[in-house]
Design a protein around this ligand. Sequence first.
Ligand code: FAD
Length: 249
Amino acid sequence: MSDSTPRPSVVVVGGGVAGLNAALYTARAGFETTVVNAGESILRRNGHLENVPGFPAGVNSRTFLDLLEEQATEAGADLVTGEVVSLRRSEGRFVADTAGDEAYAGDYAIAATKSNPGYLDGFDLDRDQHGSKTYVRADDRGRTDVAGLYVAGRLAAEPHQAAIVAGHGAKVGLSVVEDSDVPYYHDWVAPEGYFTGRGRDVPPGVEEIDEGERAERERDAMARMREAFDERHPEEPTMHPSVADDADE
Ligand SMILES: Cc1cc2nc3c(=O)[nH]c(=O)nc-3n(C[C@H](O)[C@H](O)[C@H](O)COP(=O)(O)OP(=O)(O)OC[C@H]3O[C@@H](n4cnc5c(N)ncnc54)[C@H](O)[C@@H]3O)c2cc1C
């Protein structure tokens, strides 16, 4: 973003599908974005991911997740490892305390841990219990009853599908941007002249790029995709713990 409005910060708890996509959108909007993640996305258990947009023959879910991490990082998000044991308010900010005694702060917080929301116990949030699963209630943009605290993905009771929680993460990231003072329109890249060719200013959030820049970005994208898909992913799917335990016996 090119305007000079100071950018707030956001701490995202959980760096799976929803959290990484939320972080992608806040980081691209210029927010100082920290993703605190412990463990791995449940999607690493998948056998072959065949229902996310853009992959007609499917994609290895571990490759997909690696690329999501790369994309969020490239957008400017800081990905750190840590199990968040408590999220609290301090001096008007959210602070995520980890089991390792590190703490990460943000003006906004997005909870995207799929389950186990015990770290949110300090807030009086409405929850829904479905069997062993606990979901945190939020409006259709991920806003909880606590101003500045959002919930994304499976933890917000979204359907258990990667494309849906990815989209929800993006939507919640945009909600944070839209709820802030940052002037925001759309996170778009347009060809040169799309707005200016009609005598219009390029709206906040939009970038116009010329032919040279388009060619450079496309070549870079092609090279990086070739590299990402050159070899099979080295990791096996993570097995369900009960199956893995049986296998050890
Ligand atoms: C075997 C299997 C196959 C699947 N196959 C498909 C499929 O083919 N297609 C499809 O659409 N969906 C599939 N899914 C579903 C998909 O994986 C999930 O819907 C999706 O990953 C949910 O995204 P999420 O971001 O809500 O949670 P996750 O992706 O699980 O991310 C949550 C993250 O938060 C971290 N975390 C948890 N607690 C903390 C904490 N206290 N502090 C910090 N970090 C924490 C977790 O370690 C994880 O990294 C499959 C799931 C399984 C189990």
